[in-house]
Design a protein. Structure first.
Length: 197
């Protein structure tokens, strides 16, 4: 899952939005991070692990061209955020614009976030990344932006075209998998290890 899904699942499970999104930037032992981030970091890792190992996402990876095998899990995460934004009203009572503002405010107000996220946060807000996911153009821009940040951008060659071609397969996988993930996030929140509370 990418930024929007992690923020939505944090809200869905009534945990810290900022801490959950920080999971993409917080490496190493969770106990090394401030206490107010620990539950969100733990939940983020549970979400990522299930997403990476679930049969639906593993099957979806095989539908991408062989040349995109390494990039496919990233493309699925980004595409799932697009699907969540596109059908947002089915998954949340607030409209996406309002939710995005709340999320940006929560990130801005949170202390001791990983440095990389602190540096990126103003851009996330100014470019309105969460709402941008709603359009195909926004998804394409995100894919191109991510491809420029990885050490081997060539693994994304043809990514936009592949994602567009697999649009129906991605939507079916998302609609099947995401409600399960919403349920799991609530269960995991109740079962958070004591040391992270």
């Amino acid at each position: 899952m990418n930024f929007l899904a992690h923020l939505h699942l944090a809200d869905n499970s009534n945990t810290s939005l900022a801490a959950n999104i920080a999971g993409d930037f917080a490496k190493g032992n969770i106990l090394n991070f401030p206490k107010h981030l620990q539950q969100g970091l733990w939940l983020h890792r549970q979400i990522d692990q299930l997403t990476d190992t679930h049969e639906l996402t593993k099957e979806l990876v095989t539908k991408f061209p062989k040349s995109l095998t390494r990039a496919a899990p990233i493309l699925i995460d980004l595409s799932f955020d697009h699907m969540l934004a596109k059908y947002w009203d089915e998954y949340h009572h607030l409209d996406l614009d309002k939710f995005a503002v709340n999320a940006y405010d929560a990130i801005e107000a949170c202390e001791h976030l990983p440095e990389q996220l602190q540096q990126l946060a103003p851009r996330i807000r100014s470019e309105n990344w969460l709402v941008a996911y709603k359009s195909k153009k926004g998804l394409h821009q995100t894919i191109n932006s991510v491809s420029k940040r990885v050490s081997k951008p060539e693994i994304f060659q043809g990514a936009v075209q592949a994602v567009d071609k697999l649009d129906i397969e991605i939507e079916i996988a998302f609609r099947t998998f995401y409600p399960q993930l919403m349920a799991y996030s609530k269960i995991w929140t109740r079962k958070t290890p004591d040391e992270y509370l």
